[in-house]
Design a protein around this ligand. Structure first.
Ligand SMILES: [Fe+2]
Ligand SMILES: [Fe+2]
Length: 472
């Protein structure tokens, strides 16, 4: 019919076909790895161990099962140890040179998942032990050293922390080797001792130098890269300070709130903080249209129609993504730009448009394009962003008012369905609300003016004259 646009049919993937193609992909990768193990004449026990690992990674982990990219990458990382071992065997070097702990440290840095580290380190240690003649003690020495290296890389916040983990690996491996020699009543082999000492340094070097390579391979982001993006000397953050100082300040506050909340519920707190720093960079091109950058009493939207105002607001997400692409921001940080408003309604301008009484005002036209937050971290930033703006606009922010506002904002986001696609539970939301209230109360609540202590003659007993107490 003329005048009526037909909606395009949206293709939804067939769930049965998705499952079949998923199984085909897993079986293909599994078969290829098994074929390599067969042709490399590795012990059949390793093949069985790899099979059990695949069952764990792709089936038993349920919702937390590994995505295809990580599965392929980890399988490749596992296979790389075959030529490494062959090279060391043919060179006649000590088996303690094989940098098994590097595998555990790399997985920990990229996935922050101790369970995954445990399984993967066990698989690689088993492969290495089998290739060097199936020495069980050797297996335990490299496996336990790997776990120590991984545990020490868990909360890395600086490159030097990886070096510390490398030292930890060396010390553990040397001690375990000495313990093994002592328990078995044998002699210390100098080459093995030196190799155990060097192993930590080799593992550190591989992990340290390989950070960008492994991030690209796994599609992940490590704390080390996140800290580099958090540096205020980053061009985009410098642009934000210079051109939208109000937004920059707002982003810092949202970052603090998000980091504390993520810490509280066990999410990635550094990712939440860095994501918050960049969430509003799309405001840079039109900073004066956002309240935090407007001088008191000025409102640039007064002369604009609600539709135009709405367009400027909605565009800051799109422009943010364009800026992010231009500055090569990692995908994990870009997610915060895209998802920090979810599909929320620009309520004020929608109401204004309704009041003007124009026809064809549709609610969905006044909503952000989304997507809704897909992770706990982006959901926390959505909440921190909304809560910070609401509390900042309170005329008299008492602790009770702050608490009520935080609750109202979070409830409204839940009711509006903005948190439908992330994993936050009601218990998480409760804990997040408590953290937000605590921080915002200490930030915005005006301090009570204490009565000044007076002496008998009505003067300050300390300085002998009336004046404000300096220690409020
Ligand atoms: Fe925003
Ligand atoms: Fe914001």
């Amino acid at each position: 019919m003329p005048g009526i646009k037909r909606k395009k049919a949206v293709k939804t993937p067939n769930p049965t076909w998705s499952k079949i193609s998923y199984v085909i992909e897993v079986v293909t990768v599994f078969s290829l790895v098994e074929a390599v193990l067969f042709f490399a004449q590795v012990s059949p026990l390793v093949s069985i161990f790899y099979f059990l690992t695949v069952i764990y990674l792709k089936v038993l982990r349920g919702k937390r099962r590994l995505d295809m990219r990580s599965f392929v990458s980890l399988s490749l990382l596992f296979l790389i140890y075959i030529p490494i071992c062959r090279f060391i065997i043919s060179s006649g070097w000590s088996p303690y040179y094989v940098p098994v702990p590097a595998a555990a440290m790399v997985v920990m840095l990229n996935y922050r998942d101790l369970e995954l580290v445990f399984v993967f380190a066990m698989l690689v240690s088993f492969l290495t032990a089998e290739m060097f003649g199936g020495n069980l003690y050797y297996f335990w020495i490299v496996f336990l050293s790997s776990i120590v290296g991984a545990l020490m890389s868990q909360n890395v916040r600086h490159r030097k922390h990886i070096f510390r983990a490398g030292v930890g690996v060396s010390v553990t491996m040397v001690l375990l080797y000495l313990l093994y020699v002592y328990a078995s009543g044998g002699n210390i082999v100098k080459a093995n001792l030196i190799a155990s000492l060097v192993n930590g340094i080799v593992s550190f070097s591989i992990t340290f130098v390989g950070i960008p390579l492994f991030e690209a391979m796994f599609g992940t982001i490590t704390n080390i890269s996140l800290l580099e993006w958090a540096d205020t000397q980053q061009p985009l953050l410098r642009k934000l300070v210079m051109e939208a100082p109000g937004t920059y300040h707002h982003s810092l506050v949202v970052g603090n709130l998000a980091e504390a909340a993520a810490e509280e519920i066990g999410a990635n707190s550094l990712l939440a903080r860095v994501g918050a720093y960049y969430h509003d960079i799309g405001k840079i091109p039109r900073a004066e249209y956002f309240v935090e950058n407007q001088p008191h009493g000025q409102n640039t939207h007064e002369k604009l129609s609600p539709s135009m105002s709405k367009l400027i607001l909605l565009n800051h997400v799109k422009e943010g993504l364009e800026l992010a692409r231009k500055h090569r921001l990692p995908r994990q940080i870009m997610d915060f730009i895209a998802q920090h408003h979810g599909k929320s309604l620009t309520y004020y301008f929608y109401q204004k448009a309704l009041e003007e009484g124009k026809e064809d005002i549709r609610e969905e036209d006044f909503r952000y394009p989304g997507p809704k937050p897909q992770s706990k971290e982006t959901a926390i930033v959505l909440l921190a962003d909304a809560v910070e703006a609401a509390v900042r606009s309170l005329p008299d922010p008492t602790p009770d008012k702050i608490k009520l506002t935080v609750k109202k904002v979070i409830d409204s986001k839940v009711i509006d369905g903005q948190l439908d696609e992330c994993d936050l539970t009601f218990r998480d939301l409760d804990r997040i609300a408590r953290v937000f209230t605590k921080i915002l109360t200490s930030m915005y609540h005006q301090r009570v003016a204490y009565p000044e202590p007076k002496g008998k003659n009505g003067k300050n007993p300390k300085n002998g004259k009336n004046g404000r107490n300096a220690s409020t």
